[in-house]
Design a protein around this ligand. Structure first.
Ligand code: C2E
Ligand code: MG
Ligand code: MG
Ligand code: MG
Length: 292
């Protein structure tokens, strides 16, 4: 009896597993079709310096809206695209589109709007990666210093020599590199010194509990100090409340990104947002000069 029961359970599990595999395969197929049918788009979220009120740039974030109107989160489809290899052409499309967008904004608003693009591990190790970056820069005519690539810690921990080579080549191109979700990976401080990166992006999980969480404060403080001593920029992501912004300013972290300033938005809306932000900043500056 026990044996029969065991067999039944086995059958049950393998059926569940089988179904899970089928579901994933069909999502893989759907993703590939979605790419061919151009169902992907980019939204952009500004990064600001709250001291100077300068707009530091905008991060491109990928969106997939199915024909039936349902949006799928990048947290769900990026891992799948990575698994199937689709991320290489999809990521190249993101780079190309974001570079062209930055150029278009500059022409529309008369000043530079740097753009940041998230890069996945498979893309970064792809032999064609550097050529893709170069092609996107040349194709769009974007100045390399206006392009920032967001990498994650785990990508840097892989093959030291190759990573160093790729980062060195990116630097030679004049492209900026930041480390996304900083503090969540297995960072060793020595690799930060060994790699030519420009900016650390403090993961938003450390911001959630500010300003009352002493440990979170200590982490932010440590990253800011690290950035200063290694001569790297530091930016906080996921800033949602004025209290969080204030405590970041107190810790000397003036570069921020988050819902407090703007949600990710379509390119045309970002243009309006930029205009409003600049108008507001000018008004604030006027008021403070009146006060003096
Ligand atoms: P990420 O690069 O760390 O991007 C930040 C995520 O936090 C974005 O989620 C953004 O919409 C969200 N966010 C921004 N401000 C706030 C805030 O104040 N509060 C909260 N709760 N969330 C905020 P999103 O767009 O869903 O993207 C999730 C992740 O998917 C990204 O994390 C990135 O790892 C990945 N991803 C998105 N687009 C791309 C892409 O084009 N290529 C690759 N390889 N990965 C991408
Ligand atoms: Mg990012
Ligand atoms: Mg991030
Ligand atoms: Mg994050």
């Amino acid at each position: 009896r026990a044996k029969a029961e065991g067999r039944g359970r086995h059958r049950f599990f393998s059926r569940a597993l089988h179904e899970a595999i089928l579901a994933r395969q069909s999502l893989q197929t759907e993703l590939r079709q979605a790419f061919e049918r151009r169902e992907f788009s980019l939204v952009y979220q500004p990064k600001v310096n709250l001291w100077t009120r300068e707009v530091l740039g905008a991060e491109a974030l990928l969106r997939w809206v199915r024909p039936d109107g349902r949006a799928v989160s990048p947290m769900d489809f990026i891992p799948l695209a990575e698994e199937s290899g689709l991320i290489v052409p999809l990521g190249a499309w993101v780079l190309e589109t974001a570079c062209a967008q930055s150029r278009a904004w500059a022409q529309q608003c008369g000043h530079d709007v740097p753009v940041s693009v998230n890069i996945s591990p498979l893309q970064f190790t792809d032999p064609g990666f550097l050529a893709t970056v170069q092609r996107c820069l040349q194709g769009s005519g974007l100045s390399p210093r206006l392009l920032e690539l967001e990498l994650t810690e785990s990508m840097l921990m892989a093959d030291l020599e190759r990573v160093q080579q790729t980062l060195g080549a990116l630097r030679a191109l004049g492209v900026c590199v930041s480390i996304d979700d900083f503090g969540t990976g297995y960072s060793s401080l020595s690799y930060l010194r060994a790699f030519p990166v420009n900016t650390l992006k403090i993961d938003r999980s450390f911001l959630k509990t500010l300003p009352d969480d002493a440990q979170a404060l200590a982490v932010v403080e440590a990253v800011v100090a690290l950035g200063r001593s290694l001569n790297l920029g530091v930016i906080a992501e996921g800033v949602e409340t004025p209290e969080q912004a204030r405590s970041l300013l107190n810790l000397d972290c003036a570069a921020m990104q988050g819902y407090l300033f703007a949600r990710p938005m379509p390119p045309a809306e970002l243009l309006t947002w930029l205009r409003d932000w600049r108008a507001q900043s000018a008004e604030d500056a006027d008021l403070s000069s009146l006060r003096d």
